[in-house]
Design a binder for this molecule. Structure first.
Ligand code: ADP
Ligand code: ZN
Length: 733
């Protein structure tokens, strides 16, 4: 006897297979979906790419109801709705950018309960019109996306989110479901309290993203370091995050001068330019974007292969979110952060400035400073990055070596004479009487001949030019590292100067052994981080499928990942399905995709495999179950399609994995049905004539065979007979 729970599982599985082509749910997804179907509140914390959206997309489809999703950004909603519609899932987004006609269409759809999901921004959700529509639609579940925005302890507090508690008062019977990717335990509790969740199911996922390779490296030669990273991701999507708008423009210029096609993006650009850049990135005509954190919330491109932080980010939450945009498809991706003590100081200045306008500057500054301190501590500690991040979000990490971070991969190496270099730097600070900043001290050590140095007569110092053989950038990086390690003090404020402390003295006396790091020269260790590897994937086919996908995407004016993810293209390039059955078994291929693209993909792959002599329908190791025997109707259909392309019997037989005799029978059937003008591809003209000459009125097989003395095989005779029958009454041309 099937239990109720089994039945539900079947319905859920059926739904995800139908719309998404997935066979299984990830563990927390199932619990989250069940909570919603059981009308129980939930708090779902799942890292970016963990599959949160499925958790609120599936329940209304299973229960055949309309749910509401509150989401902070229009672009975010629009992308999701486009993706859903492309899968045949009825959804709509209500936002301020709709034309009156679009709006009316959605409103009437809502009245007819035509949607499974309606997305709305918080302000809109709280409008009285929307609330009464929700009442009319009898909304039973409300999902709040990016729920951390409700907490002031979080990194992205939005006061308008606080108002959402009003929904709870109005819709007492509906269940509420909060979703976020980044929340420390403290923020999680704040979400529960603010939204007044009732005994919520707390579904907290693993924060770790094993497919990301983290590299947190001292900034030594910024441009060179960034260019090198981007070069190893040629033709792949890369986002470079900067602190300021001006930084993005300058860096994009420098990258272009280095032959890298990069565009900048920040909130200060006009809407048209912003949109153009975002769209170019989405539709894969642009691969490198240099941006402030304004870029990304709406970017759903799932094949971002690299995220670079040109400077230290302001919070670990921010870092987790921004790096989270890499590798959403579960494939390996790289996250590189270049940090220096200078970055932290820059942030401190910005925090002080922004706090000036706050109601309670002291409290705001303290909260933000604490978040920043956590980033600084993480950068400095030589502890596995996966472990550091997991622990920050309140989770343990057991692996002794993640194999996917700079610490575990030993990407950085120490300078050989670090202690001596440190002593040189510190004594220079002493010689200039602790009155100057980093730039000046570096100039003196490098032996620069500047106006300021001449004015102070510092070219006379014994430390002038003491490090002239070391590149300026490297000296600067060493100074920052000394500050990072507390061996040197940089005063806060507008005009910071360098000072010595007790530790500095100990270094100069040789009592402390100093370690200074530099990135290992041109090391591009790759890890095995990705969920999926390139093993068995035909790269050439992958590229052709990408081209095909771009064509379809451009035609439909949607981003390519909406048509199909990279991971699905990889799976296709590995399995190389040329029949509908095998195709259907590929992960990521659902019903809608079968109908929309099945034939096109099969044909493209068949064509590719033929041109490159690559085997088709490879039984895949990675969980793809390919049915051994195909349903007859399907094999026949495919055979018919191939006959229409005049393919020889052997070829068709191989394609549909059937014996030549069976294939030949299919050919007869096809001839009778399609009535082709000639059967030349299968029977040469002379043989055809001989068979026709040997035929009697009844066109019986055996007499013809005998008359020809067994020289023509049965199969061939049958084909000719079929052709004659097909054209009986109207002689073939
Ligand atoms: P999030 O919103 O948590 O960042 P998404 O919902 O966008 O993550 O999902 C990330 C990726 O994982 C998407 O490409 C999605 O199609 C895929 N995905 C989600 N659930 C599953 C599943 N059960 N099986 C396979 N792939 C999945
Ligand atoms: Zn590690």
């Amino acid at each position: 006897m099937p239990t109720h729970s089994d039945e539900l599982r079947v319905r859920i599985t059926e739904t995800i297979r139908h719309f998404w082509g997935f066979d299984t749910l990830r563990p927390l997804q199932e619990e989250a979906i069940r909570a919603s179907l059981a009308h129980r509140d939930s708090l779902v914390v799942m890292p970016t790419g963990g599959g949160k959206s499925l958790c609120y997309q599936v329940p209304p489809a299973v229960a055949d109801r309309t749910d509401v999703v509150i989401s902070p950004l229009i672009s975010l909603m629009k992308d999701q709705v486009d993706g859903l519609i492309a899968r045949g899932y009825p959804a709509a987004a209500l936002h301020s950018n709709l034309s009156p006609a679009e709006r009316r269409k959605i409103e009437s759809g809502m009245r007819e309960n035509a949607f499974r999901l309606v997305f709305a921004a918080p302000e809109r959700a709280l409008s009285s019109w929307f609330m009464s529509s929700m009442q009319a639609m009898n909304v039973q579940a409300i999902a709040i996306d990016e729920a951390h925005c409700i907490s002031q302890w979080g990194h992205d507090f939005r006061p308008e989110y606080r108002q959402l508690a009003m929904l709870r008062d109005r819709f007492t019977k509906a269940s509420f479901h909060a979703f976020t990717a980044t929340a420390t335990p403290r923020v999680q509790q704040d979400i529960v309290d603010q939204l007044r969740l009732r005994d919520p199911a707390r579904l907290i996922g693993r924060f770790d993203r094993p497919n990301l390779i983290y590299r947190i490296l001292p900034k030594v030669n910024k441009i060179e370091q960034i260019v090198e990273v981007i070069r190893r991701h040629e033709k792949e999507a890369v986002i470079v995050y900067c602190i300021s708008r001006r930084d993005t423009e300058e860096l994009a210029n420098v990258l272009r001068a280095n032959g890298i096609n990069a565009a900048h993006y920040h909130a200060g650009m006009d809407a048209v330019d912003r949109r153009r850049t975002q769209e170019a990135f989405s539709n894969e005509s642009l691969d490198v974007v240099v941006a402030t954190v304004a870029f990304g919330m709406g970017i759903d491109r799932s094949n971002v292969r690299c995220v670079i932080h040109e400077s230290m980010p302001k919070t670990i939450e921010g870092y987790q979110q921004e790096t989270g945009r890499a590798g959403r498809d579960g494939l390996e991706a790289e996250c590189v952060m270049l940090y220096s003590a200078g970055d932290a100081m820059r942030w401190e200045g910005l925090i002080a400035k922004s706090a000036d306008n706050a109601e309670d500057p002291g409290e705001v500054m303290a909260a933000q400073q604490a978040l920043l301190d956590a980033v600084v501590a993480m950068c400095r500690r030589p502890v596995c990055r996966h472990k550091s991040l997991s622990e920050y979000f309140g989770q343990g990490y057991d692996k002794p070596n993640c194999g996917a971070c700079d610490v575990c991969l030993e990407d950085v190496e120490g300078y050989e004479d670090a202690t001596v270099a440190a002593q040189k730097i510190l004594s220079c600070v002493a010689r200039v009487e602790q009155r100057f900043g980093i730039g000046y001290v570096v100039d003196v050590l490098a032996g620069a001949n500047t106006e300021a140095i001449r004015r102070n007569n510092h070219q006379e110092l014994s430390t002038w030019g003491l490090m002239k053989d070391t590149p300026r950038e490297q000296i600067q990086s060493m100074v920052y590292q000394l500050v990072d390690q507390g061996l040197l003090v940089r005063t806060p404020g507008d005009r910071p100067t360098l000072h010595l402390n007790e530790q500095s003295v100990a270094v100069m006396k040789g009592q402390i052994d100093v370690k200074l790091l530099k990135p290992r020269a041109k090391k591009t260790s790759r890890s095995k981080a990705g969920e999926q590897t390139w093993e068995g994937v035909d790269r050439g086919l992958f590229e052709e499928l990408r081209k095909w996908r771009k064509g379809v995407a451009d035609e439909r004016r949607v981003p390519p990942y909406v048509i199909m993810e990279d991971s699905t293209l990889m799976e296709l390039s590995r399995v190389r399905p040329t029949t509908m059955d095998v195709l259907r078994a590929v992960r990521g291929i659902g019903d809608k995709r079968m109908t929309d693209f099945g034939a096109a993909i099969n044909t493209l792959i068949a064509d590719y495999c033929e041109r490159h002599h690559v085997s088709e329908n490879v039984r895949a190791a990675a969980g793809v179950v390919i049915p051994v025997s195909k349903r007859p109707s399907e094999a026949k259909q495919q055979a018919f399609a191939l006959f229409a392309k005049l393919k020889p019997i052997e070829h068709v037989a191989a394609k549909i994995s059937r014996a030549a005799s069976t294939t030949s029978q299919y050919l007869e059937e096809w001839i009778l049905e399609a009535r082709p003008e000639s059967v030349d591809p299968w029977v040469d003209a002379a043989t055809y004539q001989r068979v026709v000459a040997a035929m009697d009125e009844d066109a019986r097989l055996r007499p013809v065979f005998d008359k020809l003395g067994g020289a023509v095989p049965y199969e061939t005779i049958r084909i000719v007979i079929a052709h004659q029958k097909a054209h009986a009454g109207s002689p073939p041309a």
